[in-house]
Design a binder for this molecule. Structure first.
Ligand code: SAM
Length: 283
């Protein structure tokens, strides 16, 4: 109501990079470093969230949904930690992990990650695929693309082919009309992730406000147009795709539900499926 604002402190999430370490080994390593693994058996997701809210400094839990994700107290720092430096753990929010987990390509799959840099979801997809199969990881931004190459190398990802290009110039035949058939073609891709640039309003410590400024409304309009363009391109131009995940790190409906519902209206060959039923509170 009104202009009331609430500051929310999000916990720190640490994903175990199962390409290089097991969850059990990482848990043991943290315990040896003086951290306490809180093993509370939660009956449902709400109880889990309550327990996460009670975490003290140096305490952590295993996530309720993803067993390779650890949840720490909000202030915990991992920079300079050996596991982080080695690429055995990746600092990745649960929301980001859920996108790759929802796509769930089995080992051996052919995948397109259309907006991939800096590569957090690509590296999780590679872990889910046990480094077997192929991920075409595109990004149009040269600087972010180079960060992704470094990140994927550090994470031991072997099944990703990174391409510094605009996803909108690619279709199932390859890149552009000119070199279709000469370079890669994507006619066997079954899984697609569309994770476009967004307002980032759901990241880090969020300030929620019930009112939207005129400036924000204008920005959301232009972002959602761009997001719709990418999602529609993905749905129309890759006929072999069987499962597609659209994700953003925004909490605005304009960038999420509105984009998805509009794309479903325009692409009747896709249907929406409900995932993660344990997460009751949505939107
Ligand atoms: N998926 C990434 C991860 O999990 O680390 C984060 C992606 S970030 C939210 C969005 C990315 O989309 C940016 O790196 C941006 O450069 C890229 N991008 C935006 N438009 C694009 C396009 N038309 N083709 C390819 N990449 C694009």
């Amino acid at each position: 109501q009104g202009d009331e604002e609430t500051k929310i402190k999000l916990p720190r999430y640490v994903r175990v990079n199962t390409l290089q370490a097991t969850t059990a080994d990482v848990v043991e390593h943290f315990q040896k470093d003086g951290f306490i693994h809180v093993r509370h058996i939660c009956r449902d997701y709400n109880e889990f969230l309550t327990e996460v809210g009670k975490l003290k400094a140096k305490e952590f839990m295993t996530d309720y949904t993803l067993k390779d994700l650890l949840v720490f107290h909000p202030g915990t720092s991992f920079f300079g930690h050996m596991l982080y430096d080695r690429g055995d753990i990746i600092l990745q929010d649960k929301a980001s992990c859920l996108a790759a987990s929802a796509l769930a390509p089995p080992p051996g799959s052919k995948v397109i990650d259309s907006c991939a840099a800096p590569g957090n979801k690509t590296s999780y997809l590679a872990a889910i695929m046990e480094n077997k199969g192929k991920i075409h990881a595109f990004d149009r931004d040269a600087h972010r693309f180079s960060t992704m190459q470094t990140m994927l190398l550090k994470a031991g990802v072997l099944c990703a082919v990174c391409k510094n290009l605009d996803f909108l110039t690619v279709n199932w035949k390859g890149r552009n009309a000119n070199d279709a058939g000469c370079g890669s073609s994507y006619d066997d891709v079954e899984f697609m992730l569309v994770d476009p640039s967004c307002s980032g309003s759901g990241r880090n410590d969020v300030t929620t406000s019930s009112s939207k400024s005129k400036l924000l409304i204008g920005r959301l309009k232009s972002l959602s147009n761009f997001q719709s363009m990418l999602l529609n391109h993905a749905m129309r131009n890759f006929p072999s795709v069987q499962r597609l995940v659209y994700s953003t790190c925004s909490i605005h409906k304009e960038e999420n539900e509105d984009v998805v519902l509009d794309a479903l209206q325009r692409n009747k060959h896709f249907r929406l499926v409900r995932i993660f039923p344990e997460i009751i509170s949505r939107g």
